[in-house]
Design a protein around this ligand. Structure first.
Ligand SMILES: CC(C)(COP(=O)(O)OP(=O)(O)OC[C@H]1O[C@@H](n2cnc3c(N)ncnc32)[C@H](O)[C@@H]1OP(=O)(O)O)[C@@H](O)C(=O)NCCC(=O)NCCS
Length: 202
């Protein structure tokens, strides 16, 4: 299939810095962190199940590296000298993934944070994803949330996402351009200086 060059595409980048978080591109060395997160009993009730074999996670990440249609990140603390225990050390907190470009809309998901991630991490990681996607030329987003994942539904609805359908236990949401910009503005204190990222890779 030929790519329509007038349409935006999901691009990988080595890292995206926000205010207190960095999204670093995931690689095979992250397999055990991601495996443990995906199997965390407090976090995986509403996620699609992934293999219980750690080596499958490594293989998934090796295939991901060759797949130019998605960008998968480990959410980390930025190097932080304000909080001595974190000085010089980027602590992995979770994951997030951008994929499935459809015209001017992108999908994001695989969004998980450790239960002890700081409270700002959810909102800042979402804002970083939207900023990055806007920079790639996307205007809107689509995503799915499992029925019953009430806190996450509420989170997205607070951002202006609208339910557009339901099937097989999944609620389908879209977030349009105006609501995305409005939320970036409303929650700007979580990302006061926007984002910086490494050069785009593909
Ligand atoms: C999805 C996930 C990453 C969201 O992270 P979270 O920390 O649970 O997100 P929350 O909605 O609790 O928000 C975190 C904090 O930001 C605050 N917050 C959330 N939305 C906010 C908003 N719009 N304005 C201001 N504050 C907000 C919350 O009040 C909360 O603060 P508190 O801990 O002091 O109450 C996390 O729940 C997770 O890993 N879940 C398991 C996997 C999953 O279901 N993923 C989603 C798949 S679709």
């Amino acid at each position: 299939m030929t790519q329509d060059l007038s349409l935006p595409a999901v691009k990988k980048t080595a890292w995206i810095d926000g205010h207190r978080l960095r999204l670093r591109q995931a690689n095979v060395a992250d397999a055990s962190f991601i495996f443990n997160l995906r199997h965390h009993p407090l976090r995986n009730q509403h996620m699609s199940a992934t293999s219980t074999r750690p080596e499958d996670q490594s293989q998934w990440l090796a295939r991901y590296a060759l797949d130019n249609s998605q960008a998968y990140f480990v959410v980390e603390t930025k190097e932080n000298t304000e909080h001595p225990p974190l000085a010089g050390y980027r602590q992995p907190l979770g994951t997030v993934r951008l994929y499935d470009a459809r015209e001017h809309s992108f999908c994001w998901g695989s969004w998980m944070l450790l239960p002890d991630a700081p409270p700002f991490a959810a909102i800042e990681s979402a804002l970083i994803v939207y900023r990055y996607a806007l920079g790639l030329g996307f205007r809107s987003a689509h995503f799915e949330v499992q029925q019953g994942n009430l806190a996450v539904c509420r989170f997205h609805e607070n951002f202006g996402a609208v339910r557009v359908g339901e099937d097989a236990g999944q609620i389908h949401y879209t977030l349009d351009h105006e609501r995305m910009l409005e939320s970036l503005h409303r929650y700007r204190r979580f990302l006061p200086a926007g984002i910086k990222h490494a050069p785009l890779i593909n």
